[in-house]
Ligand binder design. Sequence first.
Ligand code: MN
Length: 737
Amino acid sequence: MPEVLAIKEEEKQLIQREYRKLLKAIKSDMDDKDQKMIRMAYELAVEAHSKQRRKSGEPYIMHPIAVATICAEEIGLGPTAIVCALLHDVVEDTEVSLADISKQFGTRVARIVDGLTKLDSAYNAESPQAENFKKVLSTLVDDVRVVLIKMADRLHNMRTLGAMPRHKQLKIAAETSYIYAPLAHRLGLYTFKTEFLDLCMKITDPENYRDIAKKLAETKRSREEYIQEFINPLKEQLAELGVDYYVIGRPKSIYSIWNKIKFKGVPFEEIYDLFAVRIILNVPPEKEKLFCWQVYSIVTDVHTPIPERLKDWITTPKSNGYESLHTTVVGPKGRFVEVQIRTDRMNEIAERGFAAHWKYKGINNQPDVYERWLDSVREILEDPHSDAVEFLGDFRANNLFNEEVYAYTPKGDMKILPKGATALDFAFNIHTDIGYYCASIKVNNRLVPMGYKLQNGDQVQIKTNKNQKPTEDWLKMVVTGRARSKIRSAMKDERRKKGEFGKEALERKFKHVKVDFEDAIDKVVKYFGYTSRIDFYYDLTKEETSINEIFKHFRPEGGKLVEIPEEVEILEPVPTEVKRPRKGKAKPRLLINGEPAEQFEFSFAACCNPVQGDPIFAFLTSNAGLKIHRANCPNATNMMVNYGYRLMKAEWILTTDSTFVADLQIIGIDDGPGVIERLTHQISTLLGLNIRSFSIAGDEGYFEGKVSLLVANTDQLTIAIRALQNLENVSSVSRIE
Ligand code: MN
């Protein structure tokens, strides 16, 4: 944060205006004391941040005010959270201490601010992201508001990322899509999740983002007209119901439209479910279901429904608490339209999940979904064996399941599991011990393998046996985080027991050379690249690592182990003749962190094949020098999140004398022999490009080809794609990512 000039008069007015907007946005009731607290927090924050500015140049205080406004307006949080949001960066960035805050605002506010500060400092460290994530979740369990405010903080930072340097934008976007978007999803903050993913795409894939945004804007009018046309014939009957309602037709997010284009290969113009028509009713809780079904009846009287698309999440809410009645009907002009019928309350829960959940607790038997989830988070956090990296993996894996499957115990209790869950998952879901000792499973009275995938309505019966215990293979037969972490911790117990022998041998040796065990052990474990002592002891027992090996790298000195310095290896720059990353006339030129790349050993990653002109970054590998990846490489997120400190900024020095490999997928209609000739003719003769490889497969009048081209830059690639697209019978050409 650059330290800057004092705040100007017009800026003061702007700050006050934003503050008044914040006050207006607070929806919950406030007494005098609440109002005074907010005022105090505001004044303290203004004073504390008075010498700071954001990267964009605006006074820093604009940020905490904006975060507080998001908390009030978009999450619906109350006065305490607003106070905390205003103070969220004060302890970290200014002279004000936590004790000051505790004195002025009480211990509750201080605890939340402390949680927020800790989260922030976690991100500055070069610790693996998984560890940080564990911290995020611990604060979540402590006071949910910490994480909700953090979400608002992240959202505002993402919205105002433009002023940051490109490589920072990429890193923040990666972290957001890796951690914050799934967490927002899990907390049911769907509007946040959607905006996070859209903003990430805006950074990693700006061209496609802008393209879709533009098309959405252009088609807005006709969309609105269509919704009117759809709803007009229903109006009379809806009025007869005598309840307040409103209709919206918000389009899908840019990110999800792009996914559809990418994975289903449909052009924007042909996506007919760009939006759903949502009818939202305002009715008392006890009449919700009745009225929703009446509206369903009205809609389907006018527009023909497609029966298999009816989904009733009012009678059986999704496990994340989502309630709504969905159907797809044939609307005007024969277009399929998804209709969502729900009440205000359901809508709020659908958009704000967790945050709205508290407000409606206990109404209409809403299951305590979030409490149940928090319990499971707590359970995993308290598990001393849980490894942060595995933990994050599990969390993400389970989030990817949007659908669920319902199965029953023999007594008829319903269990909701993610789609794809197995019979063994079911066992662990009932109770840890039932999982551990699971010996055989019957589904609908038939014996099934443990890895049997559950179907809706299955009745599952489990036989246990005290002599049974989990094995490594079990990990392949479960998908839920709970089952995985339980099996893993059982495996670790096993390893720990076996590792005792190695540990004792090591203790004897250290004692013999008079080295303090506790002081030395972690050094050694880390040196040999282990993440836990248990694994190290285990390998010692199995003699995969030997005690002698330790003393090749360490010597005892004054009761401690001292690392023996290794001979420093000086890396000679690799001559380009020997190791050329690709065949071209010259090695492509790059800037790494602003400096000419010639001094580094670098090559282009095979996972994404960057072409001159692509947005790129450099990643320092442990044995192959720098690898250059595309910013939207499928592995980018993982690298940025887990090894952010190895990332370097990379830029092209544009030249025309290098060539790059670009892989294209071409899909089209196969109308007999000659397809290959026409494609290769277009590429080599007309465009003058070299083809490195070409493969084609066809089936029932349809072909799919993969061609590797040598191009100079992205412009040339774009021209090639366009030229191929223009060929008759070619329906789509896309670059393989
Ligand atoms: Mn902040």
